[in-house]
Design a protein around this ligand. Structure first.
Ligand SMILES: Cc1cc2nc3c(=O)[nH]c(=O)nc-3n(C[C@H](O)[C@H](O)[C@H](O)COP(=O)(O)OP(=O)(O)OC[C@H]3O[C@@H](n4cnc5c(N)ncnc54)[C@H](O)[C@@H]3O)c2cc1C
Ligand SMILES: NC(=O)c1ccc[n+]([C@@H]2O[C@H](COP(=O)([O-])OP(=O)(O)OC[C@H]3O[C@@H](n4cnc5c(N)ncnc54)[C@H](O)[C@@H]3O)[C@@H](O)[C@H]2O)c1
Length: 487
């Protein structure tokens, strides 16, 4: 049934809609919920978004940074190709930032129709462009419409946090949302924060020809990832010329009269830069939503939800980067779980199906399931299998030998987790994901025939290690002895 069929007139000038589901926010998460819900319900879905959908909403997601990373990779490869050029030139290919910005806009324009109002309206979703605000526990006001839905889903996203550092208010601070605001190439970019965003963007800008210093407060970059794999990325960044400062506490930031800034670290050292980029995390966008009117509680990490994404108001769910808790790394998967819980009362929660995550550096770092530390905390005894890319012909052919596969298994060979540093690690992780979901023994991965020469052979190498390091099978030994006797 469509929303139209349930429409009644409200007391004043507002029209009252009574859909099954009202989604607030049309970013990646909200759109995934809307598309799945309308397909299941055949209508009765309202989507409220305060900005125009399509290009505008795409700008706040990961697409712009991925475009920058992809372009930077091309420039890096162009530089590397000079090794085979007959002309000797020291000229560094210079990035033209306005042209790169135009390219990003073109990519967003190509993707926009998939996210546009017209597409969702055609699917049967009632799209309202307005800022949504709760009036009470079961009523939302969106422009001139009052929405009394059976269930609500909040998907209002997050925005970058600019850290509270003395002196920062006196300098211009870039974030992942203002990446393309620069007209000229920075003389020296200082990136603050060495998690996924910081590592990806530091490498990308370096590849665009910008001197880069990356400052991380923690002892290492990519603190959420396996330390061995994070070290591979750290070495790659250093090799490409990113100046890495870990365990670095910023004391203050001082603007320079000629433009630019100086970062003063505890201990007295300084870093002079022309621009500063904050990659220090994101915070939920909840202002103006009237959450207090609906009894929806939040903390520093976002809108509080239980394992099934339900907020402290039983009629309201929250998904995507506005919700508290671990980042799911797949809003499509989260969307399916929210719909199960919200509309069908079928329990579903994160953690049942392992979700891969990927840091888009080069090499990429992909991981799924438990890390070694998590596995050791949970199991008495585990097995660790590793296989280096340097042992793979494809890696030698491509000159991309930094990285390895690291798999974590139970003693009996069940896969608990895997991390890979390699080109396209995000694709290479998938056999391990399948093994985890289907509870396949690692010997099944070892038995597969992998095309030669490919990076995927590193997974076979790691999987084969399980057998190699096990005590030899006594039956096999007897069989070999028998065959020997036959000559
Ligand atoms: C630099 C960067 C790189 C990333 N790279 C990756 C990656 O490689 N892989 C990956 O899986 N994830 C990546 N992520 C994470 C991913 O982008 C987010 O998980 C995802 O965009 C979250 O989507 P969302 O729908 O929750 O929020 P958003 O995309 O921010 O959408 C929120 C929407 O809600 C609307 N809204 C807000 N308030 C209201 C209101 N009151 N009323 C109505 N509408 C409202 C906004 O207008 C907006 O359209 C990256 C994130 C960043 C920042
Ligand atoms: N490839 C991906 O999937 C991808 C890429 C980018 C971002 N994201 C997502 O976007 C969100 C934000 O990512 P993020 O990397 O910006 O944040 P984050 O919260 O993951 O990490 C912030 C980092 O900044 C450091 N930091 C904070 N304040 C600092 C200071 N004053 N000085 C030095 N270091 C400081 C922290 O120690 C931490 O390492 C995350 O949810 C992330 O998963 C995902």
């Amino acid at each position: 049934m469509g929303v139209e069929g349930r429409r009644v007139t409200g007391p004043i000038e507002t029209e009252v809609l009574t859909p099954d589901l009202c989604i607030i926010g049309a970013g990646a998460a909200g759109l995934s919920v809307a598309a799945t819900a309308v397909w299941l319900l055949g209508g009765s879905v309202v989507l409220v978004n305060k900005e125009p959908m399509g290009e505008v909403s795409l700008k706040s997601g990961c697409v712009p940074s991925q475009v920058l990373i992809a372009a930077a990779k091309r420039m890096h490869e162009a530089r590397a190709a000079r090794a085979f050029s007959s002309e000797s030139t020291d000229d560094d290919p210079a990035v033209d930032l306005p042209r790169l910005r135009q390219h990003a806009m073109d990519v967003l324009a190509t993707l926009a129709p998939m996210n546009a109002t017209a597409r969702y309206t055609a699917m049967g979703v009632e799209v309202i462009r307005a800022e949504a605000r709760f009036l009470d526990a079961s009523t939302v006001l969106a422009g001139k419409k009052t929405i009394k839905a059976r269930r609500f889903v909040l998907a209002t996203g997050s925005r970058p946090v600019v850290p509270d550092l003395p002196g920062l208010e006196n300098v211009a601070c870039l974030t992942d949302e203002s990446l393309f605001d620069l007209a000229d190439r920075p003389d020296h970019l200082v990136v603050v924060g060495g998690s996924a965003s910081g590592a990806e963007l530091a490498q990308a800008y370096r590849r665009l020809g910008v001197p880069v210093t990356l400052i991380e407060a923690g002892a290492r970059i990519l603190r959420h990832e396996d330390p061995e794999q994070a070290a591979v990325i750290e070495r790659a960044l250093r090799r490409e010329g990113v100046c890495l400062k870990t365990s670095a506490a910023i004391e203050r930031i001082e603007p320079q009269p000629t433009g630019g800034l100086v970062v003063h670290l505890d201990g007295g050292s300084t870093i002079a830069g022309s621009h500063l980029l904050a990659a220090t995390g994101r915070r939920t966008r909840t202002e103006g939503l009237g959450l207090e009117m609906a009894g929806i509680e939040t903390d520093w990490s976002g809108i509080l939800v239980n394992r099934g994404f339900r907020t402290t108001n039983p009629l309201v769910y929250a998904i995507g980067s506005c919700a508290s808790g671990p980042v799911a790394h797949s809003v499509q998967y989260e969307a399916g779980l929210v719909i199960r819980n919200a509309l069908f009362r079928m329990p579903g929660w994160l953690g049942r199906t392992p979700v891969p995550r990927v840091v888009r550096t080069d090499p990429e770092l992909a991981a799924i399931g438990l890390t070694e530390t998590e596995a050791r905390a949970k199991y008495r005894s585990i097995r660790i299998l590793r296989w280096p890319l340097s042992a793979i012909d494809r890696a030698q052919i491509e000159g991309a030998t930094a990285g390895h596969v690291k798999a974590i298994l139970t003693r009996r060979g069940r896969v608990l987790g895997c991390s890979i540093t390699a080109p396209h690690a995000g694709e290479l992780i998938m056999p391990w994901a399948l093994a985890m979901v289907r509870q396949l023994p690692v010997s099944d991965l070892a038995r597969l025939v992998y095309p030669y020469p490919t990076f995927s052979e590193a997974s076979k190498g790691a999987a084969m290690e399980f057998r190699k390091r096990s005590a030899p099978n006594p039956w096999l030994k007897r069989l070999i002895g028998l065959v020997r006797r036959w000559g």
